[in-house]
Design a protein around this ligand. Structure first.
Ligand SMILES: Cc1cc2nc3c(=O)[nH]c(=O)nc-3n(C[C@H](O)[C@H](O)[C@H](O)COP(=O)(O)OP(=O)(O)OC[C@H]3O[C@@H](n4cnc5c(N)ncnc54)[C@H](O)[C@@H]3O)c2cc1C
Length: 317
């Protein structure tokens, strides 16, 4: 029986595991090994490790978990259930290969899946020439031509175009048949954003970057394409705990799903915490790591409470 099983070994899970190990808790991290930023060349805006390759950061995190006695296992959790038979509750965690681990508390840090629009050529270039977040990639394409595709809500695409304009004055907004509402067209024009109308047929290789091929055959050549994805919490197994993910909105628009928690990371099920992108899709790596530490401290406090309650009962005989 581990004190805590951490499900998901990205920045959030490994940070939580380090904090728990240092709190002298037995901890197992089960990780399927598919961090969200795997296609990226480096992790940016991570103080003191600026630009570190994602795999290198996670390898360092695993070594730090091990330094405090924590274990990391490769595997995919397919179910987790409360053990009514175990003293003080506890959970059984089942892996796809049939292995079962037991834990007094769970920390869910499984991240999210970026569900990309189905445009030929888009998914293959994700994280390299197809980008979503200017804080992660904007500096690398500063002053270069960038095309923002309006694949979701129009208001979001207008917001994205105006946002990327901070990094480059060569922004093209590719609109399907819809027209921007209110004064959006004026705002875009005032900020020198070029608006091109047409349905996107494909994203293709082009010298020095990529080309957005429109249905009428014309091509917009750019260094990078910006495309919004639906942010889907990676948490199918939480059903088995009696938890459900909720729809999430940003600026009034649906952006995906997440696992709701309170400010400490506690979910609606006692004994189960969550941190990182599975609960907050906007968390970058450093924020996901911070969420893991915050949840770890709350879990440790909860275990201390349980242990103190038991000690008092034992003392009273
Ligand atoms: C292309 C791209 C580039 C990015 N660049 C940056 C950047 O430069 N700087 C920055 O701060 N942020 C960047 N981000 C955001 C960054 O990826 C996230 O902030 C970060 O990955 C969130 O960490 P996490 O621990 O919550 O989830 P993840 O890093 O996604 O880790 C979750 C882990 O849980 C595992 N897992 C999932 N389900 C299960 C299961 N059932 N059982 C066991 N394990 C499971 C996964 O395999 C994965 O290893 C980028 C994102 C993308 C898409």
């Amino acid at each position: 029986m581990y004190d805590v099983v951490v499900i998901g070994g990205g920045a959030a899970g490994l940070s939580g595991a380090v904090a728990l190990g240092r709190a002298r808790r037995s901890v197992l991290v089960v990780d399927a090994g598919e961090p969200r930023n795997a296609p990226a060349e480096g992790v940016h805006v991570f103080l003191s490790r600026e630009g570190v390759p994602p795999a290198e950061l996670l390898a360092a995190g695993r070594a730090e978990v091990a330094r405090y006695g924590g274990e990391v296992a490769t595997g995919e959790v397919v179910a987790a259930t409360r053990r009514e038979d175990a003293e003080g509750g506890g959970f059984a965690v089942e892996l796809r290969d049939g292995t079962i681990h037991h834990a007094r508390r769970l920390l869910v840090t499984t991240g999210l899946v970026d569900e990309l629009p189905s445009i030929p050529g888009l998914a293959e270039r994700w994280g390299e020439h197809v980008l979503h977040c200017p804080y992660c990639h904007g500096w690398e394409v500063r002053d270069e031509p960038v095309a923002v595709l309006a694949t979701g809500a129009l208001a979001t695409a207008v917001h994205q175009a105006l946002l990327w304009r901070q990094w480059t004055d060569r922004v093209t907004l590719v609109l399907p048949d819809a027209e921007p509402g209110g004064d959006d067209l004026e705002r875009l024009t005032a900020r020198d954003v070029t608006v091109v109308r047409g349905k996107v047929a494909a994203v293709e290789d082009a010298p020095g970057g990529v080309a957005v091929r429109l249905a009428d055959g014309t091509a917009v050549q750019v260094r990078a394409v910006v495309a919004g994805a639906r942010l889907a919490a990676r948490a199918a197994f939480v059903d088995s705990l009696g938890l459900t993910t909720s729809e999430l909105e940003w600026a009034g628009q649906p952006v995906g799903t997440h696992l709701p928690t309170d400010a400490t990371g506690a979910t609606a099920v006692p004994g189960v915490w969550a941190a990182g992108n599975v609960t907050n899709p906007m968390d970058q790596v450093i924020a996901a790591a911070a969420g893991g530490v915050r949840a770890a401290a709350a879990i440790n406090a909860d275990l201390i409470e349980e242990e103190t309650r038991r000690a008092v009962l034992a003392r009273r005989g």
